[in-house]
Design a protein around this ligand. Structure first.
Ligand SMILES: Cc1ncc(COP(=O)(O)O)c(C=O)c1O
Length: 343
């Protein structure tokens, strides 16, 4: 029996069309700039983000690290949400690799107010303090439950950052979830940032890859950083081919993942000993708290019944809907959860 896997949207398998495209893609050495499929994907990706250029990177983590490297120098500071992926889950790459210090800002739902940004900027005339170079925003926001930044809030935050002379990087790992939820083009969201990283290997179901986008200068610098980090890849068109299919066919269907997440969250909220903040279930992530059972035990019991989820804290769980999960799976998951919680 194949498990119903809700641990992450990264577990989504490539579609049959992607696999086919990967087999037949025209290829070349991308480090020489010779891979036609990658070059085509970079054109399409840059256009979708409303940026001048793009570079394929192996992961969202590398894309964000490059975003930090091109927007801040060693010894400078970058403002980030205290719950951001960059601060929590990227093994302190900003510090370890770029020499950049992250200044965490605590927010309610990942949305940094203009005031918070202005207040986090260091005075430039104090030689004791680092210079603040940049800010990074995350949209949708993972640890805050997949919430979407309201576009006006994002624009206001970006304006505040720019008024302080900061550069803006957007961790848009799930930018298409945000664009589908808001009913706007991803480029409208990306317009709030100088550079953006988005992931092909999450809701878009590609096997590997993320894309870094920005101005021609930023991408030129990004490609140098990518080489330094060992991320220059050769016939990477085998992966880019899947990315082209994803941008054409996998974006609109994210609405299905959002609807499934909603049904799942509403069902979970009815179960005994479960609290789920339904206001935060805006895209494909569902976080919920367990009152009667440790999350680790709940996870084990669910796994025994053929369903995988992620314990993110002692009493907290995360389920993620994706291309591999349909409405019927959601009903099976709810049955399993009820059985485990009432056993
Ligand atoms: C918001 C966010 N940013 C960045 C990443 C990093 O992506 P990757 O796993 O491809 O390194 C993730 C991964 O889950 C994420 O959720």
């Amino acid at each position: 029996m194949t498990a119903i896997d809700l641990r992450s949207d990264t577990v989504a398998m490539p579609s049959p069309e992607m696999r086919q495209a990967m087999v037949t893609a025209p290829l070349g050495d991308d480090v020489f700039g010779d891979d036609p499929t990658t070059n085509r994907l970079m054109e399409v990706a840059a256009e979708r983000m409303g940026k001048k250029a793009a570079a394929f990177v192996p992961s969202g983590t590398m894309g964000n690290l490059i975003g930090i490297a091109v927007n801040a120098r060693s010894g400078e500071e970058l403002i980030a949400d205290a719950d951001s992926h960059a601060f929590h889950y990227e093994t302190a790459g900003a510090a370890a690799v770029c020499g950049v210090q992250i200044r965490p800002v605590v927010t309610d739902a990942g949305v940094m107010s203009p005031r918070q940004i202005v207040e986090a900027v260091r005075p430039r005339d104090d030689p004791h303090q680092p210079l603040t170079a940049a800010v990074t925003f995350e949209n949708t926001h993972n640890r805050h439950g997949g919430v979407v930044w309201p576009l006006d809030d994002l624009r206001a935050a970006a304006d505040a950052a720019r008024s302080q002379g900061l550069r803006v990087h957007l961790d848009g790992a799930r930018i298409f979830n945000a664009s589908v939820a808001l009913g706007v083009e991803a480029s409208e969201i990306a317009a709030c940032a100088d550079t953006v990283t988005f992931c092909l290997s999450k809701g878009l179901a590609c096997p590997i890859g993320s894309i870094f986008c920005g101005s021609e200068d930023s991408v030129e610098e990004a490609v140098r950083w990518r080489k330094r980090l060992g991320g220059g890849m050769r016939q990477v068109g085998v992966l880019a081919a899947a990315g082209l299919i994803a941008l054409d066919h996998m974006v609109d269907r994210l609405a299905e993942d959002h609807a499934n997440a909603r049904t799942l969250a509403e069902g979970l909220a009815e179960l005994p000993g479960v609290t789920c903040d339904l206001r935060r279930v805006q895209t494909n992530l569902v976080f919920f708290d367990l009152q009667r059972m440790p999350a680790a035990m709940f996870t084990d019991e669910c796994a025994k019944r053929g369903m995988l989820g992620a314990a993110t804290a002692p009493q907290r769980m995360r389920f993620v809907t994706h291309y591999g999960i349909d409405a019927e799976d959601v009903q099976s998951v709810l049955k399993i959860c009820e059985e485990v919680l009432t056993a």
